[in-house]
Design a protein around this ligand. Structure first.
Ligand code: C2O
Ligand code: CU
Length: 508
């Protein structure tokens, strides 16, 4: 698929944006790796298994589903799962495999698939207009996705995401192969997502003015794995449980904790770190913004019938997300001493201090002026200006911005110039600054980065991520090696990205 926008002229247009990059003073404060949890991880041995190709058709279609529960009204969902299948399907693969997926769009609007956290070739990244044309109703698109990293991932559309994912359009993607044999006795998925449903099962508006301009619009019904209410599962008595937690909510920030048992964080956004006990983290919780994942290793209760609770302390009242009940004969597991998963294959930047510096601020939009500025910045007759977005992807106002530049609002807006130009293969050290009174989970496509420091969050281990939660008025530092392509950089609170907190970097 030829990329419509690869031209040199655009880089000239990004000079102003590049200048803005340097506007904020960059003070390097990378701390000594006080809690460097990435060192000393075991290296994954060759599996000896032949690589497989998973051929699949993902049909995006409307269907009925009982999200509210048995005996309650059904909802008109949008889902990749066929009727009778789970609303949010779980695809299991193995590292080194590849997925050949045909997206068939049977929805009334265009869509695409973004493989969140998977380091795909740019043309497979699923961003309409930027990396591929939108897949119109009745059309299809062939994705070819290599799976170089093991871990817990998900896939979702990338336009009107609050509406499309809000109706259920997404899937969990598990890439196995990061655990030694016999690592855990049970491997469970906990995908947390609320639903904006009325009592009659119909969807409420996915966006509100108040939500879009603040912390986002919350669901009315809390849910897990595509159903209302907590997940309930049996686990082997005394056994080790790998719980893959995904925050696939558009808005909510989870504060994960475990009651009634011991638990350790073993992977962030799919990438291993030296296990860290939840008790050793600030407030005994790990915070997960939208799109973030955390793999936990939990020891199941020692007596059959006993229960363990996975809680979200982020809501007004602590919320039970999962209840795991011990069942069956007791397994002879030793005392809880979690082993690490295999190290990520991402090369760590040898000396982040020597890397080139970048600075981005995530803030409020100064309004339409900035959008007009972008449009005015394009030379007359620029073919780029002819590439029109339709108003499905962006709203008629912008409330949020990156480096003071909001993604342009309104119908017929041109694809803006990139936020900056990077050199493929070069290491970068970026500071990301949240200038607002709201937390923002910032996601960078196509890359896995190392989170080096936080200015406000305490007791944070060094870890790898594709999405990092930045507290109000906080500055984080991340390091990565640039991969070629046009890669989105945006907040993953869906109303924030749709109302302007979105841009892209051009790596050539
Ligand atoms: Cu999970 Cu640009 O997205
Ligand atoms: Cu945000």
């Amino acid at each position: 698929m030829p990329k419509p926008l690869t031209r040199r002229g655009l880089l000239g247009g990004s000079a102003a944006a590049a200048a803005a990059l340097c506007a904020a003073p960059f003070v390097r404060t990378v701390r000594a790796a006080a809690d460097d949890r990435l060192g000393g991880l075991p290296v994954r041995p060759p599996s000896g298994l032949p690589a497989r190709t998973h051929e699949m058709t993902l049909v995006a279609a409307e269907r009925e589903g009982a999200v509210l529960g048995p005996g309650r009204p059904q909802s008109r969902l949008w889902s990749f799962g066929r009727p009778g299948e789970p609303v949010i399907p779980v695809i299991r693969t193995r590292v080194g495999d590849r997925i050949r997926a045909r997206l068939e769009n049977r929805l009334p609007v265009h869509t695409s698939i973004h493989w969140h956290g998977i380091r795909v070739p740019n043309g497979m990244d699923g961003v309409p207009y930027l990396t591929q044309p939108p897949v119109q109703p009745g059309e299809s698109f062939a994705y070819d996705v290599p799976l170089e990293d093991a871990g817990t991932f998900f896939l979702h559309p990338h336009c009107d995401e609050s509406g499309q994912s809000g109706r259920g359009l997404m899937a969990v993607l598990i890439v196995e192969g990061d655990a030694p044999d016999g690592y855990a006795d049970s491997d469970l998925v906990l995908a947390v997502k609320d639903w904006r449903l009325d009592d009659d099962g119909s969807f409420l508006p996915f966006e509100t003015k108040e939500g879009a301009g603040r912390a986002g619009t919350f669901g009315t019904v809390r849910g897990t794995n595509g159903q209302a209410g907590p997940m309930r599962a049996s686990v082997p008595t005394g056994g080790l449980v790998r719980l893959r937690v995904l925050n696939v909510d558009p808005t909510r920030i989870l504060q994960l904790g475990v009651e009634g048992g011991e638990a350790a964080l073993i992977a962030t956004d799919g990438q291993a770190l030296q296990p860290v006990s939840l008790n050793d983290l600030q407030d005994g919780v790990w915070r997960l913004g939208p799109a973030m994942r955390a793999d936990l290793l939990i020891q199941a209760p020692a007596r059959a019938g006993e229960r363990l609770r996975v809680m979200d302390y982020g809501s007004a009242e602590p919320w039970l997300a999962a209840e795991l009940t011990a069942a069956g004969p007791r397994l002879g597991r030793p005392a809880f001493e979690p082993r690490p998963l295999y190290a990520s294959v991402m090369p760590r930047p040898a000396d982040p201090g020597a890397a080139e510096r970048l600075s981005f601020t995530f803030g409020a939009s100064s309004g339409q002026d900035a959008a007009a500025e972008i449009a005015a910045g394009l030379p007359p007759g620029d073919p780029l200006a002819k590439v029109l977005l339709d108003n499905l992807c962006v709203k008629d106002t912008s409330l949020w911005a990156i480096n003071k530049v909001p993604w342009p609002a309104g119908p017929n807006a041109a694809l803006p110039p990139p936020l900056g130009g990077l050199v493929a293969g070069r290491p970068y050290l970026a500071e990301w600054i949240n200038t607002t009174p709201h937390p923002h989970p910032i996601h960078f496509h196509g890359h896995t980065f190392e989170v080096l420091s936080y200015s406000r969050q305490k007791a944070m281990p060094r870890h790898l991520a594709d999405t990092v939660l930045i507290n109000p008025r906080e500055r984080v530092e991340v390091a990565f090696t640039a991969a070629p392509g046009d890669w989105m950089l945006h907040c993953h609170i869906l109303e924030h990205l749709e109302y302007g907190m979105m841009g892209y970097l051009r790596v050539a």
